[in-house]
Design a protein around this ligand. Sequence first.
Ligand SMILES: [Ca+2]
Length: 414
Amino acid sequence: MASSLLHAAVGVLLSCCLSYAVSDTGIYCPTTCGVADYLQKYKPSVEADLKYMENKLGEIANLTKGAQDTVQYMRDQSVKAQKSTPDSYLKSSSMLDDIIRFEKSIVAQEEQIYALQGILESNSKRMLDLKQMSIQLEQKCKEPCKDTVEIQEVKGKDCQDVANKGGKVSGLYFVKPQQAAEEFLVYCEIDNFGNGWTVLQRRRDGSLDFNKNWVQYKNGFGHLTPDDSTEFWLGLEKIHKLSTQSSIPYVLRMEMVDWSGVRKYADYSMFRVSPEQDMYRLTYAYYSGGDAGDAFDGFDFGDDASDKFYTSHNGMQFSTPDKDNDKYDGNCAQQDGSGWWMNRCHAAHLNGKYYQGGTYTEKDAGESGYDNGIIWATWHSRWYSLKETTMKIIPINRLTGGGQNAGVKQFGDI
Ligand SMILES: [Ca+2]
């Protein structure tokens, strides 16, 4: 018990958290400091266990000592008896039998004593190991506690606010939108011009499965890292709180990289996501620029005259495999295995399935056979899945007067 707890504790302590999980419940995984606190909390009970074991070992040692004394006493008595017994009596067979039996029992007792001594030694060794581990842990816990994941100290209501308040580097920051009950962690992309982008979504390498349910899309999933190396969906509730907090509207920028390394973007002004009662509906005023084309406005795939109308996204509610809010008889999100502002179904789909290499087929798309990749139809075909994406927002006034280009340059740093 004591040893297994200690082993586990050492293991946890040494494998520190390198990133923050955006979990279903919105709880982040513990930091190194958190683990240290946990160890401190359980230290007294572990020490009590150790003390208890030490006492028990002491008792065993005493018992063994007692047995040794008894054997010694019996040996002494035997010698004495041999010396004081007349020869005639020794010849008596019954007396000899007694002595032989007596000697045998001494041998048996000695064997038991050896066995006990063996156990005692191995227990003492274990005790020593435990004590050493305990000392190691104590020293570790006395070291000044520093989180492995670096979180910047500046806070704000979004990343632009953070940048305005002196946040100079990209990384993890706590933000608290005006209507939010609690602050939460975000990745802020801050460039040399003082632009502070709040990142909502990140695809990099397909390491994160985007086939999630309503609650997961609501609360967010994946991991945030200070070096922006991991995939995540920040969560609709946070996106709603961020995008609707200010009288200054936001621009949503979709940044994408294809498998040839080409980077393109599309900007949408006055981006907002409505509250959950309205199923986190997407609205924006207009496509305000970019070289990736306006896929959010739908795309004429050539299948049907109404293609463009039914693949536009402005005004759509959010759908997940378990919550169908789309304009289709079936369930787009279920067919595609993703959450998105589905129409019937899409021309832009950045939460789609990750396909290594980009090109995929109806067969690859599985049972439904529909295009379910990471799609931006005004740039690449719907049977081409993009390599990297970023969805991020910034107050609209930052993009007037050259800020826009600065943002694109910043993207080149990845
Ligand atoms: Ca439907």
